[in-house]
Design a protein around this ligand. Structure first.
Ligand code: SF4
Length: 435
């Protein structure tokens, strides 16, 4: 299991750094600050050794890749030196569960044990926070497919009045997979940003502002890498001001990076768009177009594509490179059908331009999705050419992307990413392994 990779530090004076280093060593001893304040703490040589290696790396503004065995107490071993070295710290975890644990449990415990005055913040991806604008719209629309959705919506409306963070993890009543969530949370594509009438009270922006002001920010790899891949801007805003970056569970990075250093689209995205187009069209420009028929056509095209996947030999669980797709013609037909339905909606949105800001926002969203789909249609045509010709083209630098298709029981996601995603950890640095 990988431990943290830590880089950079505030430029403290040699004396201050030496004092801080002694304090790190002492904190992990049998009569140190941790033993005095943390119930059940017992000193471990491996934990102290890792903590000192992390501290030295921070002091040198270097890079460390550390691997430590179970029971080392890795979280304390990177948090204590990071806290005592000072400066702004970013911790990224592999899972949201560990993220919540580091923020809610370990950080608080250590800040108290070390008697520090440190402001910490938790930051998750925007889909984890209620979107007040979309919640109001969904509530006003009042049309939900099932009674359970309506019950969930009532719980969420009550929760929105009480919560300080808008973090949906605080609402245990509504399961994480409930279909209501996409209707009351935002994506980068459907967020109104500066145009939003609820911007001042927006939970997403509040969490980002708190993160920018904090000394220690805890994120997860999905958010960290999504932002590095320029898909959103919450981490990128404060990363340049960060002195120390710690990537816990770093062995999970390649898989997460593969998802984010690329572009793609999905059937879920189509369903969201169809739902938004129907709701917004009826609410803001009723009579301006046949909104219900247009959104139904998109949903039908999505269903048709799903059927054609089977004809293309892509069953649930398939995750293959486009080049290896057994039969591309049915897939191309399905994708072209989706594009046709989107084109009809784009024309309707264009014809109603200027009537409402949210309706207008569908325009760029449709354009981005159609551009991605156009690239796939071109790739489906291109991939019919002999492999050697395709390779020659890539060597020319004309196309350095790899295209993959992932199919599950509920989703279809074509993705493409560059052949060599940039490494989040610099190639040079030290490597430590302990047990
Ligand atoms: S700014 Fe975006 S996320 Fe925030 S309330 Fe408005 S639409 Fe929702």
């Amino acid at each position: 299991m990988s431990g943290p990779a830590a880089a950079s530090a505030d430029e403290g004076s040699p004396t201050r750094l030496a004092q801080a280093r002694r304090r790190v060593a002492a904190a992990f001893s049998g009569d140190g600050e941790l033993a005095a304040a943390v119930a059940g703490f017992s000193p471990r040589d491996s934990q102290r050794e890792m903590a000192l290696a992390v501290f030295d790396t921070i002091a040198e503004r270097g890079t460390l890749i550390a691997e430590a065995g179970t029971g080392t107490g890795k979280t304390f071993a990177y948090l204590v030196p990071a806290l005592l070295a000072g400066g702004k710290v970013l911790v990224s975890t592999g899972t949201k569960t560990l993220q919540d644990q580091v923020y809610a449990k370990d950080l608080g415990t250590l800040i108290r044990a070390l008697g520090l005055s440190v402001d910490a913040a938790l930051l998750k991806g925007r889909q984890n926070y209620l979107c007040l604008q979309r919640l109001s719209r969904t509530e006003a629309e009042g049309r939900l497919p099932s009674r359970q959705d309506a019950e969930h919506l009532r719980s969420i409306v009550r929760f929105a009045r009480l919560t300080a963070t808008g973090d949906r993890a605080e609402l245990a009543d509504v399961p994480e997979t409930a279909p209501i969530w996409p209707l009351v949370t935002s994506t980068r594509e459907n967020c109104l940003g500066q145009e939003c009438p609820r911007l001042d009270e927006c939970f997403v922006y509040r969490a980002r502002r708190a993160a920018q002001a904090a000394d220690v920010v805890v994120v997860n790899h999905h958010l960290f890498l999504a932002d590095l891949a320029l898909r959103d801007d919450s981490v990128r805003d404060f990363l340049p001001a960060t002195d120390t970056v710690i990537l816990d569970e770093a062995h999970q990075l390649p898989k997460v990076a593969a998802d984010f250093f690329g572009t793609g689209w999905s059937l879920a995205q189509l369903a969201d768009l169809a739902q938004d187009a129907r709701a917004l069209g009826l609410a803001k420009a009723a009579g301006g177009a046949a909104w219900v028929a247009l959104s139904q056509a998109i949903e039908a095209a999505g269903r048709n594509l799903r059927l054609l996947l089977a004809e293309s030999g892509l069953g649930a669980g398939a995750r293959i490179a486009l080049d290896r797709c057994p039969a591309k013609a049915p897939l191309r037909r399905g994708v072209a059908g989706v594009d046709e339905a989107l084109a009809a909606l784009a024309a309707a949105v264009q014809a109603n331009a200027g009537r409402d800001v949210e309706l207008d926002a569908l325009g760029p969203r449709l354009a981005a999705l159609r551009a991605e789909i156009a690239a796939w249609l071109a790739a489906l045509d291109d991939s019919a050419v002999p492999e050697q010709a395709a390779e020659a083209k890539e060597e020319d630098g004309a196309d350095q992307r790899v295209r993959w298709i992932a199919v599950t029981a509920r989703s279809f996601t074509p993705r493409r990413w560059r052949r060599a995603p940039p490494s989040p950890v610099p190639a040079s640095g030290r490597c430590r392994r302990g047990s």
